[in-house]
Ligand binder design. Structure first.
Ligand SMILES: [Zn+2]
Length: 102
């Protein structure tokens, strides 16, 4: 004949069940956050942060400069501002002339 669990055992079992379900929910939330992050990235990748139009990537001396096809904003990736700042004045002029309309 199976023994009836004591009150303490019942409390323990309920707590374990709660912990188990909580973990599943937390994983669901994490996955949701990851999915949302992925969705946002797909939505925003190579889009202008100001107007949302497509960016045109131009490689100049290993610096990838992204220029908006609409508002003409220029965007840089991590470390690229530093790289641009190290260009000689003539290099900077050439970089800007890449974008200037003839
Ligand atoms: Zn723009």
């Amino acid at each position: 004949m199976p023994q009836k669990p004591t009150e303490k055992e019942e409390e323990y079992i309920a707590r374990m069940e709660y912990e188990r379900l909580k973990k599943i929910e937390e994983e669901k939330h994490k996955k949701l956050a990851d999915d949302e992050k992925k969705k946002l990235k797909e939505l925003h990748f190579m889009r202008c942060p100001k107007c949302g139009m497509d960016l045109i990537a131009v490689d100049y001396k290993g610096i990838e400069v992204d220029k908006c096809s609409d508002c003409e904003g220029i965007w840089l990736d991590a470390g690229e501002l530093e790289a641009v700042s190290k260009l000689e004045k003539s290099g900077l002029d050439k970089l800007f002339s890449v974008f200037s309309q003839k």
